[in-house]
Design a protein around this ligand. Structure first.
Ligand SMILES: NC(=O)c1ccc[n+]([C@@H]2O[C@H](COP(=O)([O-])OP(=O)(O)OC[C@H]3O[C@@H](n4cnc5c(N)ncnc54)[C@H](OP(=O)(O)O)[C@@H]3O)[C@@H](O)[C@H]2O)c1
Length: 307
């Protein structure tokens, strides 16, 4: 019997991974979703009957119970948790002591090179632990367009991303989840680091055209400067380190550093990743203009994870 603990289990990747693991019904596998608020998590469509445990990175008293009997961990570091020395490393120390046999850490493209990234420090720390680990470095998530940038597209018909004319190799979170599940369920991925990209690199003008075709109204790419973008996100009360990380990533796209794709996802799973046209089609409802009276935070959350 293997018990898999997923952190960040109500977020983009965690929730999609949880749903995928549950749908596969692997014999001898128990899945536990580590969440801050069990009651709230249970209300999310599709996971009502999952196993939940109370867990908060910034509340070390929750670590021991969450790790009880756990043999594998999918570690997703929430963007808000930037002080990894204080809130991630002590959890990993407990996991190591508890004899966890496999760790899959969801890092990010470029984390091995960028010391400012919290995931960089986490990767370096994990390498020193005595837990067989796979580091997965996805490129930017397509789902940023249905969460972080959703409001601009839905309400203002704009993509406000400082990507210049650079190309970006977006990956669908559903594919990230599939890569995670494949790594968990098949031997041979321990002590590996994989960067995974989507199947094509395109600029935001092209992406705006795909949106326009799908939604039947014009979506414009505004091409803001990095400074304007950072200022706006800080005004929106996003955390400084998170905004800087995001800005660095878009800077990488702007300067042509995301102008490539690789076949690592294909090698892990045996088939190619989803493209952005399919993503926009599958999620189209979330950019349809709605009556503000029926819009609710609960409904917004549902768009994070589609089947
Ligand atoms: N966005 C991208 O393009 C991209 C690309 C590659 C890699 N990444 C990496 O992906 C990670 C983020 O994953 P995501 O986008 O799936 O996350 P997300 O959608 O932002 O969700 C964050 C999750 O963490 C939980 N959480 C927040 N604070 C917590 C705390 N103090 N203790 C325990 N849980 C907490 C949240 O729970 P609640 O529901 O309670 O808030 C939620 O389940 C980051 O490490 C990022 O670097 C992002």
């Amino acid at each position: 019997m293997d018990k898999i603990l997923i952190t960040g289990a109500t977020g983009n990747v965690g929730l999609t991974t949880l749903k995928l693991l549950e749908s596969k019904k692997y014999p001898g596998i128990e899945v536990v979703a580590a969440v801050r608020d069990i009651e709230r998590a249970r209300k999310i469509e599709g996971v009502e009957n999952c196993n939940f445990c109370h867990f908060e990175f910034d509340e070390p008293s929750t670590y021991d119970a969450a790790l009880e009997g756990v043999s594998k961990i999918v570690l997703i570091r929430p963007n808000q948790v930037t002080d990894v020395t204080r809130y991630i490393f002590p959890f990993l120390a407990k996991a190591e002591k508890a004899g966890v046999k496999q760790l899959v850490f969801i890092s990010i493209v470029g984390a091995e090179r960028n010391r400012i990234f919290a995931n960089h420090r986490t990767e370096n720390h994990i390498k020193k632990l005595n837990i067989p680990t796979t580091i997965l470095r996805p490129s930017l998530y397509m789902q940023n367009l249905s969460t972080l940038h959703r409001h601009d597209i839905q309400e203002h018909d704009k993509i406000n991303i400082p990507g210049g004319i650079g190309l970006v190799n977006y990956i669908d979170v559903r594919d990230v989840a599939e890569a995670i599940v494949t790594i968990l369920m098949n031997p041979g991925h321990e002590h590996q680091a994989y960067e995974i990209t989507g199947p094509e690199a395109m600029d935001f003008y092209q992406i705006a055209r795909i949106f326009s075709n799908e939604l039947g109204r014009e979506i414009k790419y505004t091409r803001p400067s990095a400074i304007k973008f950072v200022r706006q996100k800080l005004l929106d009360k996003k955390q400084m380190l998170y905004v800087l990380t995001l800005s660095l990533l878009y800077n990488a796209a702007r300067s042509g550093k995301m102008n490539y794709v690789n076949d690592v996802f294909q090698n892990i799973t045996g088939h190619g990743p989803r493209n952005i046209t399919d993503f926009i089609h599958d999620y189209r409802d979330c950019w349809i203009k709605t009556d503000p009276k029926i819009e609710s935070p609960k409904k917004r959350k549902l768009y994070r994870s589609k089947k």
